[in-house]
Ligand binder design. Sequence first.
Ligand code: ADP
Ligand code: MG
Length: 487
Amino acid sequence: MIRKAPIAAPITGAIHGTPEQEAYLEKIVKQFTITPDYLEKICTHFMSEMDKGLNKEGQTLAMIPSYVEGRLTGQEKGHFLALDLGGTNLRVVLVTLEGNGKYKTKSSKARVTTELKTGPMRDLCDYIADCVDEFLTEEGLSNTDTTLFLGYTFSFPVLQSRINRGILKSWTKGFNCTGAVGKDPVMLLQDALLRKNVPIKVAALVNDAVGTLLSNAYQKPNTSIGLILGTGSNGGYIEEIKKIGKWKSNENPTSHEMIINMEFGAFDNERMILPVTQYDNKVDRQSINPHGQIFEKMISGMYLGEITRNILLDMIDRELLFGPQEGRYDCKSWSKELSGHYAFVTSQMSTIESDGTPELTRTKEALDLNLNLHAISTPESKIIKRVCEAVGTRAAHLAGVAIAGIVRHCEISPEEGTDVGIDGSLYEFYPSFEERIYDALAILLPDHKNVRKTVRLGLAKDGSGVGAALTACVAAHMEGRKKGALG
Ligand code: ADP
Ligand code: MG
């Protein structure tokens, strides 16, 4: 698989800002730099939170058993549908598993509008059912006799009680539909599908981190960790059932292992250890879920641009950025676009971080085009680039903490090693995000002398979609195995 993210281009030469600008910039950068000792501290705390979550309900790291038992063989076969409600898009995917780790996909994509994200849940489910119906018609599958099995990737904190049953605990990532918290998203969707006569059985409820792990494992059987670095962020890993102290299922598991959906976006919601800055606090307070998902808000795509924007606004308010200059006639209102919530998006940071031109021409163009910030000076562009670098690097290092925490918890030795499947546009496109994760891993996993070889990060493209189809397949297998066990 080809990695598309370019390498971040370092700032060339001095910034040539004023002494005040440079001093304040350094202060900000320092707040966003996590020392190796401090990374270690966060990692240790992360591991103890994992233990807590495994042994008791209602902990900050929810550590939710996914009801996906056992490992894949790569030989799974069949046609399955997958539905991926990620945060930014809704995707319907037809997955044909061909065995030998091979699969084919056909998919369609639709945007989920803010009205749908914050309106009644029934409307959202109706919309999803319509999208599925349309897709089936396009693919000529709407008039078949057989009911297709669907894996539903629903990437919000859900307490599962079966492979296709669960209760939504809370919304995240800008969603806030009414009539959904405390309810089962599978039942709500199945109901909409029935009402519209769409011949689909929702066979599995899948968290996207879990799905990503599975889809990576289909091709690389030595996968034990899945990660999401997209709109939001989360992780899943394979745990030994005997280590899940809170597991009290009456049913005999069909395997000694189970995938855990960590819901690590909520890590340190108590703010005991994370180096939360004033800028993070501002993003948090003005978000749709204040105080929740603080780790996610420091790591993931939805928020990195917003953190950066808040830093730039602070500098503007201190008259350290965008002061009077030729071409800016009305200096006070000149940067008004930048005042809009979420006006500075994370993909913009990718453009800026990859800009290797000596005068940062591409940065200037992008800021002009997207935020109407014309006539930006080269020192100003360099300051903005430095801020992006600080925010982006901290995110990647914190993502590294989570991966290292899982590797250490599972005692994965360098000899054993593991593949780590990662899905999400942040990982896929943000310059040097992967390099920076490895930098943190090298610090936190000193036993892994060549950490790139032993903790192998890789893009699980379509991870959540293919993973959902695989989960629907696993659901069928588990049924089979249980029936088999009963004779
Ligand atoms: P989802 O999380 O909804 O499944 P994605 O994995 O595609 O979807 O993630 C979308 C998020 O990724 C967007 O919210 C945006 O913040 C971020 N993103 C998109 N493009 C880029 C890019 N070029 N560079 C960095 N981040 C990006
Ligand atoms: Mg996704």
